[in-house]
Design a protein around this ligand. Structure first.
Ligand SMILES: Cc1cc2nc3c(=O)[nH]c(=O)nc-3n(C[C@H](O)[C@H](O)[C@H](O)COP(=O)(O)OP(=O)(O)OC[C@H]3O[C@@H](n4cnc5c(N)ncnc54)[C@H](O)[C@@H]3O)c2cc1C
Length: 499
């Protein structure tokens, strides 16, 4: 190794090129800070990486483009425009829900959704409007103000109280109770409760303030960037580089170094040292705090982490078939079995589920570029408890189970048509992202793990900050972008006054 490569420096280092890391670096660079991103993989995106095989382009993680306003504001802020960077289409229907013996295309237009709700439960059309009006207030306040707080102390959130007193919003009651004040039909409840499943906890354990997610899903729409979700990553990297960020791949950080009681740089697994005045850790919080940081500077211990409610892991299948599957839409939720027993295996008594709910994304419905002509690109997802161990043949068992269930709905067995298949679960999440217990979406947004009660953005080691889906504001692509921007601001303040 040359002496040049064994010791390098930058004013700021960001560990990890997922959404939060790219955003943090862009925030710093846009404020004139010299910043490098060190990423262990050979391309950016983190959980939103991509791979190509047999003529298919598979997005590895996120498939729902929600909260378009967050992306718009992001590109605007960093000198571009979302329409210059992405070719977005609004999906209609937004998604399809498969119940036992029937299915519903959930339309993009709100009035049509009201009609669909009314047809399933008398009065539900108007109640949907009432529900959304309340959710909108939460979304507007939450997204304009509260998600942008670094959550250093609880006083930052004192205003929620004022808001609650003034408007009687449902904030801290359970989401499940809140939804039942409006709807009774189990199908409607499933539709209303599904967006909060993204937050990683049961609706009973999720605070009602997160009905803002319903506003995002229903009123702001479900979108898709042509080319695939990874196009977002490409766009973010372009914008970051234009702002001056430098990306370095295959840089596996092995430790965070301290000198005279503050952060001084990192050491890579190959021994290379990088010096910096500030570091933003955008890799999984648990991995960084427990494995990269000297013990004296850890705020949390193993017991703390064991007591966290992690959001689910997932069993994923990336499947290419040599036929079109006309019955499927772009997003398909299979709610054809009761969620209760499955939810119990995720959140109460971790186990492999018997009859799981599952999700299929078929981006080739919208985008002919992600599959060869006449083929379909299918992504299967079963949410699972984090930390499960796996037995030989288990993945195949579940894949066959899903194919049987799909066949029972559409009358077609896709198995003879498979030309490519790859599975992904806990072991890969652990290996690829050093994900604690193989979690997919970070930390669950339960009441006790919201805002101020999440792992802190600011480390005990001065000059080190955390960002990403395990800290504020939480899991999901838009929150990760916001998290990165907030951490970038914090690191910039540190460079100005704290250093
Ligand atoms: C299957 C799945 C489906 C999802 N669906 C959606 C969806 O539809 N919509 C949505 O909004 N969100 C979705 N999410 C959530 C969303 O993808 C995440 O919240 C978001 O991508 C997290 O970004 P991040 O920056 O926090 O972390 P990550 O994307 O995990 O990035 C962390 C990066 O750090 C790197 N790294 C780790 N350790 C080191 C080290 N020691 N040295 C150097 N680099 C390191 C990793 O390689 C990785 O690139 C989904 C997630 C998954 C897994």
């Amino acid at each position: 190794m040359s002496s040049l490569s064994s010791s390098r420096s930058s004013q700021a280092i960001v560990i990890g090129a997922g959404f939060s890391g790219i955003a943090a670096a862009t925030e710093l660079a846009s404020q004139g800070v010299d910043v490098v991103v060190l990423e262990r993989h050979n391309h950016p995106g983190g959980r939103a990486r991509v791979f190509q095989e047999a003529g298919f382009t598979f997005d590895m993680g996120p498939s729902w483009y929600w909260m378009p306003d967050v992306f718009e504001a992001y590109f605007e802020k960093f000198g571009s425009h979302v329409n210059e960077e992405l070719d977005l289409v609004r999906l209609d229907p937004s998604y399809k829900v498969w119940f036992t013996g029937e299915s519903l295309d959930v339309p993009a237009a709100f009035e049509s959704m009201q009609v669909a709700f009314e047809s399933m439960e008398k009065g539900a059309g108007q109640r949907l409007a009432d529900f959304m009006a309340e959710a909108k207030i939460k979304y507007d306040i939450g997204m304009s103000e509260f998600v942008w707080k670094p959550a250093h102390n609880v006083l930052e959130f004192a205003d929620w109280k004022t808001v609650k007193q003034a408007t009687h919003l449902s904030l801290f009651t359970s989401f499940s109770k809140h939804a039942r004040r409006y709807f009774t039909d189990p199908r409607l409840l499933q539709i209303i409760e599904f967006p909060v499943l993204f937050l990683g906890a049961k609706p009973e354990k999720t605070p009602a303030l997160y009905s803002l997610m319903n506003y995002a899903d229903t009123m702001l729409g479900t979108w898709y960037p042509m080319g695939g979700m990874h196009e977002i990553v490409r766009a973010l990297v372009r914008v970051a580089e234009r702002n001056g960020v430098q990306f370095h791949y295959e840089q596996d950080v092995a430790s965070i170094d301290a000198n005279q009681g503050k952060v001084s740089g990192v050491t890579l697994r190959d021994g290379t040292k990088w010096k910096a005045e500030t570091i933003i850790a955008a890799a999984d919080y648990h991995h960084v705090e427990q494995h990269l940081l000297p013990a004296a500077f850890r705020r949390y211990d193993a017991t703390y982490w064991d007591n966290r409610v992690m959001s689910p892991s997932s069993l994923l299948f990336y499947v290419g078939v040599d036929i079109r599957v006309p019955q499927l839409k772009h997003h398909n939720l299979f709610f054809d079995t009761p969620f209760g027993p499955h939810a119990s295996t995720i959140y109460d008594d971790p186990a492999w589920p018997e009859d799981p709910l599952f999700y299929i994304s078929a981006p080739s419905k919208t985008d002919s570029g992600v599959a060869p002509e006449g083929h379909e690109n299918l992504f299967f997802l079963i949410p699972l408890a984090p930390g499960l161990s796996e037995e030989e043949g288990q993945r195949e068992f579940y894949f066959n189970h899903l194919c049987d269930r799909l066949e029972s709905h559409i009358g077609l067995d896709i198995r003879p048509h498979i030309v490519f298949k790859r599975s992904y679960a806990h072991a890969e999440f652990q290996e690829d992202y050093r994900a604690f217990k193989g979690n997919a979406y970070g930390l669950a947004n339960t009441l006790k793990q919201t805002a101020f009660w999440k792992p802190k953005m600011k480390s005990k080691l001065p000059g080190l900050f955390f960002t990403g889906q395990l800290t504020t504001p939480g899991p999901g692509v838009p929150p990760s972008l916001i998290s990165g921007e907030v951490a970038g601001r914090e690191a910039k303040s540190w460079l100005e006054v704290g250093n």
